[in-house]
Ligand binder design. Structure first.
Ligand code: HEC
Ligand code: HEC
Ligand code: HEC
Ligand code: HEC
Ligand code: HEC
Ligand code: HEC
Length: 447
């Protein structure tokens, strides 16, 4: 039987290509695994931290937060010195005395006390007579804990990791595994089928069901009407997609590039309610809204070197955010330990998101100040963006549509009152849209 021979060679090809795909999926799978094992190793490292001191570190943490955190941090100099490992510097008795009443200890002429007092510009530490020795033991236990590597989900300690990508990666791993399983099932089915056919043949049973599907396809090919309809459908569908793709060229809606510093509008304009024009002050008075210079950032960030614990959302952890503020410090050359500029600066190259072609003219002050349009009307709910993006399509049709729909604000504008009188007579309407004011004239938007 010639047909069976044919069928067999085709099946061999299929098996071969399946095997090929299988090996490829194995290699791509193995490439994606290392980060997973990496992440698994991290908690183990953090868990090796030995328990320290005799006190209760958890209770100490609470006491520290309530009494000491205003002036001390564990790893950073604030008003007072960093306190991690301070128990190694002094004996317990001295620490009890110092914390209960440091001024008294200084007055008593204790050399160590006077030294630390002088070193800190004679800043006075609050006395804590109410703290018992057990309380202080607890605090010391807390300050004696080794520094744990805090790991936010998918964020490397230096803050370089992009969490979104990492979760996408684990999705890829799952997808890869699933398709692998599917492939194996298909291959197994194929072999089972083969074996069964062979067994059937050996037993002299006629297997002929293959013919029916072939003849169905032949019947379709012979029916010219069906073929015509199918090809028209295919043509239309592909035409639709090609058109859609061509109209996409040059339209960058939803463009959201990764910026050199992960600056979050949600944290600033949203959670902390900072006014857009505090940073984009030029929007009111000039064509461009402009990106604030880093000096503007430092107005606040001289004092804000880390985010609060509650800023820990959206898959970005506190270590990630803190590393971003550190990037700002590196850029302006700010040493947060000494609270001084080092003079070593490096520019931050923000990636421009909105960009009209050169032949189009758009002016912010015209829209923001004169027309009184909210930023959000064109830029979307920016105060909710973790990552800034282009909200509007910025096509000509988009500009024109709004000019047709938006009434011009006439109140309190002497220039407009006169034009308004003339034009509203001309159009016979009470209110004028931007379009009727000349907002559709090519020359207004095109140089
Ligand atoms: C009002 C600010 C303030 C508060 C609150 C405060 N400290 Fe201090 N602490 C200081 C200052 C300032 C120094 C440096 C010495 C000086 O100038 O008196 C210091 C020094 C110390 C030292 C010596 C550190 C060293 O490295 O030599 C210890 C220990 C200490 N504080 C523990 C505590 C503990 C524990 C608490 C909470 C119960 C606390 N402090 C609360 C301001 C404060
Ligand atoms: C604390 C300063 C600050 C505040 C407040 C702020 N922004 Fe921004 N904005 C920036 C910085 C820095 C960038 C550049 C980085 C980026 O794109 O995320 C930016 C970028 C933008 C961009 C994109 C610029 C481009 O490249 O096309 C828009 C649009 C924008 N901001 C709108 C707003 C709006 C609307 C508000 C108020 C809801 C606001 N911003 C509040 C600092 C600020
Ligand atoms: C008006 C004050 C103010 C200004 C100006 C300001 N920030 Fe912030 N910034 C904050 C506050 C408040 C937080 C959040 C603190 C928290 O959540 O605990 C913050 C948090 C951050 C963070 C961590 C969260 C995030 O957004 O990723 C970064 C990075 C940051 N700022 C960078 C900048 C940069 C860059 C500029 C200048 C373009 C700037 N900031 C200007 C007040 C300000
Ligand atoms: C009528 C729509 C509209 C309004 C309202 C508007 N913008 Fe824009 N914005 C645009 C367009 C269009 C661009 C692109 C301009 C270009 O490429 O020349 C842009 C660009 C920007 C940029 C990028 C830098 C620049 O100046 O080109 C920032 C930042 C920005 N806008 C912030 C703001 C802020 C803040 C407000 C509110 C005070 C605001 N915009 C109000 C339409 C608008
Ligand atoms: C959200 C609505 C809105 C959008 C979107 C918008 N505009 Fe406007 N535009 C207005 C209004 C309202 C005025 C009238 C302002 C006034 O009172 O002069 C105006 C005025 C203008 C003017 C001055 C017209 C004149 O008669 O002098 C120009 C130029 C202009 N827009 C360009 C643009 C361009 C370019 C875009 C697109 C990139 C755009 N606008 C998008 C609302 C909009
Ligand atoms: C309200 C502002 C505005 C007016 C009025 C306007 N245009 Fe445009 N036009 C634009 C903007 C913005 C673009 C850029 C669109 C883009 O980048 O996708 C554009 C793009 C174009 C393009 C390039 C093709 C395209 O769609 O990208 C042509 C051609 C053009 N305009 C012709 C005209 C002519 C002719 C008129 C007068 C009948 C006119 N425009 C009036 C804002 C305007």
């Amino acid at each position: 039987m010639k047909k069976v021979g044919n069928h067999n060679s085709i099946s061999r090809k299929i098996v071969f290509s399946l095997a090929l795909m299988l090996t490829f999926s194995f290699t791509s799978f193995s490439q994606t695994t290392p980060p997973a094992t990496d992440a698994a190793a991290a908690p183990a490292a953090a868990a090796t931290a030995p328990a320290a001191g005799t006190g209760d570190a958890a209770a100490g943490k609470a006491l520290f937060g309530a009494n000491c955190a205003a002036c001390h941090a564990l790893d950073k100099k604030m008003t007072g010195p960093a306190l991690r490992g301070v128990a190694a510097k002094y004996d317990k008795e001295w620490l009890y005395k110092w914390i209960n009443n440091s001024s008294a200890l200084i007055k008593s002429g204790d050399a160590k006390a006077i030294k630390i007092f002088e070193e800190n510009n004679k800043a006075v530490m609050t006395a804590f007579p109410q703290l018992s020795t057990t309380d202080i033991d607890n605090i010391i236990a807390y300050t004696s804990e080794p520094k744990a590597e805090v790991k936010a989900p998918g964020v490397t300690p230096d803050g370089k990791g992009a969490p979104v990508e990492e979760s996408g990666l684990s999705n890829n791993v799952i997808l890869g595994a699933l398709s692998l399983v599917m492939l194996m099932l298909v291959v197994m089915l194929f072999f089972v089928n083969n074996v069964l056919t062979k067994v059937a043949k050996a037993n002299g049973i006629q297997v002929a069901e293959k013919e029916s599907s072939v003849s169905l396809w032949k019947a379709f090919a012979r029916n010219q009407f069906l073929v015509l309809v199918a090809s028209i459908f295919l043509l239309l569908a592909s035409g639709y997609f090609v058109y859609g793709w061509m109209m996409q060229v040059g339209v960058d809606q939803d463009y959201a590039p990764i910026q050199p510093i992960h600056y979050s509008h949600r944290v600033h304009a949203g959670v902390n309610g900072i006014d857009c024009k505090y940073c984009h002050s030029a929007a009111r008075v000039s064509k461009n809204a402009g990106i604030p210079s880093l000096n503007v950032c430092m107005n606040c960030h001289k004092n804000i070197s880390e985010v609060s614990d509650t800023t820990n959302t959206d898959g970005y952890g506190k270590p990630f955010y803190d590393a971003q503020i550190q990037k700002l410090y590196d850029a302006v050359g700010w040493d947060k330990a000494t609270q001084k500029y080092t003079g070593k600066t490096q520019p931050v190259k923000w990636v421009r998101i909105h960009n009209l072609p050169d032949f189009a003219y758009f002016n912010h002050s015209q829209h923001v100040t004169v027309a009184g349009i909210e930023c959000q009307k064109c830029h979307g709910p920016v105060e909710t963006y973790e990552v800034q993006k282009q909200f509007a399509p910025l096509t000509m049709g988009w500009c024109i549509k709004c000019h047709r729909e938006t009434d011009v604000k006439m109140e309190g504008n002497a220039y407009y009152t006169k034009i308004h009188e003339e034009l509203s007579k001309k159009y016979g309407v009470e209110k004028l849209t931007a379009a009727q004011m000349g907002g559709l004239e090519c020359g207004k938007c095109h140089y």
